[in-house]
Design a protein around this ligand. Sequence first.
Ligand SMILES: [Zn+2]
Length: 338
Amino acid sequence: MIEDKLITDTDLDPFLSGEDLADKTKALLLQQKAVWPLCSKGYNSLDGVEVRNFEFDGFNIKVQFNPGRIVSSAAKVDDKSIKERKCFLCFNHLPEEQKGILYKNNYLILCNPFPIFNEHFTLPNVEHLPQLIDDSFSVFLDFSRDLGKYYTIFYNGPKCGASAPDHLHFQAGNKFFMPIDSEYDNVVSTLGLPLIEGKNLRVSAVDGYLRKFISIESENKYKIIKAFDVLYSILEKISSKGEEPMMNILSFYENNKWRVVIFPRSRHRPSYYFAEGDENILLSPAGVDMGGTLITPLEKDFNKITKEQVIDIFRQVTLSTEFFEYLKKSLKEEITST
Ligand SMILES: [Zn+2]
């Protein structure tokens, strides 16, 4: 029964500092840290996390050494491995202490016990449905609005970072943790090519930021959805047949406006991931990495990774120049600002 997994008001009340969903979400983490040892251990371990910073022209890339993330970075996500493991996002498999908040009757807000952010949540559907953005993009935007006071929401495609590609879910983490959250305006004004500058809709393409992206900004949810649908169908044309186009998506909500950043991907894991010996770097880029915080679960990789390798990792997983040019041209022709 899903009801058994929902936190009660009585349990949440002592931790509440406000009334809206973002406040309740924040309170949920405080409650879970108090009653669930694995969760408090995960967040305590963030104190030992080390960070390196690489400076580029007008932006930064952070590298975070986070041993707790080994489970996710090294996750086997092939069909066979997925079928053989017990799905950790199905509510009936959750640990006894783990409780969540029900959202729109079909999603749960859960604390991620293996955090990257100081506050890190997983937002799974209550059903075991495949990870696909096409039909869930609207809820993704709702989450972004309703949790936007504190959190950025992100989506990892089934073949580019989701460690549960068989169970539909999003994630949420503190705003301004990923460098892109604070760099965005400057990056778009210096490197961005405006594709659409309409009344209440701006679509931009950014190259020169190591990873290429398309952004969609509007106060109107339906304009965002319309523009995303066009982007999705263009990406489908340059993707493997029958599969979701590879992408990571971040959504930042502020002043009643969404800012959705889509990173189209060309591959899941860079060559370093599969290299033998000294060449090997266990780094499996997902949304947070594309947002500018690279996660290395192994200390040897954290210590040795170079600026050139950072550049090369992004070059390998981002969309090729040829496809990006095609994408920009098609978007400009097909999206209307009305
Ligand atoms: Zn599941």
